[in-house]
Design a protein around this ligand. Sequence first.
Ligand SMILES: CC(C)(COP(=O)(O)OP(=O)(O)OC[C@H]1O[C@@H](n2cnc3c(N)ncnc32)[C@H](O)[C@@H]1OP(=O)(O)O)[C@@H](O)C(=O)NCCC(=O)NCCS
Length: 251
Amino acid sequence: MMSAPKLLSHWNDDALAGVWNAQKDKLKDLPQVTLQLRAASQLPAMDFYDCLAIVEYTSKAHYRASEKGWNEREKTLEMKTSRMLYILVRAAGEQFSTTLDTAGDIIGFISFMVDQDDPPRQDRRVIYIYEVHIGDNWRGKGLGKFLMFTVEAMAGMISINKTMLTVFMANQKAIKAYEKMGYTKDKSSPGVRRTRRRVVEPTYMIMSKVWREASGELIEDEAVEDQNGEDHNIGDQNIEDEFIEGEFMKG
Ligand SMILES: CC(C)(COP(=O)(O)OP(=O)(O)OC[C@H]1O[C@@H](n2cnc3c(N)ncnc32)[C@H](O)[C@@H]1OP(=O)(O)O)[C@@H](O)C(=O)NCCC(=O)NCCS
């Protein structure tokens, strides 16, 4: 899979500022923000713990209510995965004050990495969005959509046309927001499990968005299989990375 530094050699804070300038008129009543694109390994400890505190603040209850439970150590390890990238949204003079004592000027963030699709399409690369969180005071202003749109644009630049995420069923607000952003239930999402005694509803859903590369038009996942039916074997990662470099050059 492509490493974080490879992606970062083509995307940087200036590129993000460009996307921001093109989109900012669609955003409502937001303070002046600064965007930063960072690999997990480049996040200063303060920023990392702010992000962790934001996740804990917005989602701990959902984790606790699921079979997964809340495990800070596990979440920390996941968030520090070397291939993970972050877009931090900072607003001077603003504070996302969580109940924990780590509040800083980060008012939202999104984290994601290049990954493989789930079986049976594990030969296809996708961008998996791990976290997207906007502080209470800044929700509903288009910021979440902007971050998702930016990650989708980043995917498009490296010829990836599918983004995925996991959401707790209890988080209906987020599900509604993702639906508005064009996400639907992915085929790999778990279904209802039937045991001898009861029916167990899944506590989470995998959602995804697939679009046609050239036009950006949303399509059904099946159509992608028909369209890109040829083998995308990515067995030799070095060759794959070189191919990706070439793709970037075209842009
Ligand atoms: C889910 C979240 C990231 C959405 O970000 P946001 O900045 O509030 O959303 P936006 O303002 O960009 O809205 C995007 C679209 O979703 C819709 N939407 C947002 N919140 C919604 C809600 N609670 N109910 C219904 N629709 C909603 C908006 O109307 C908008 O639709 P439009 O494009 O048709 O206008 C944000 O609310 C959040 O951080 N929630 C808490 C953390 C969380 O649950 N994260 C998800 C973990 S999986």
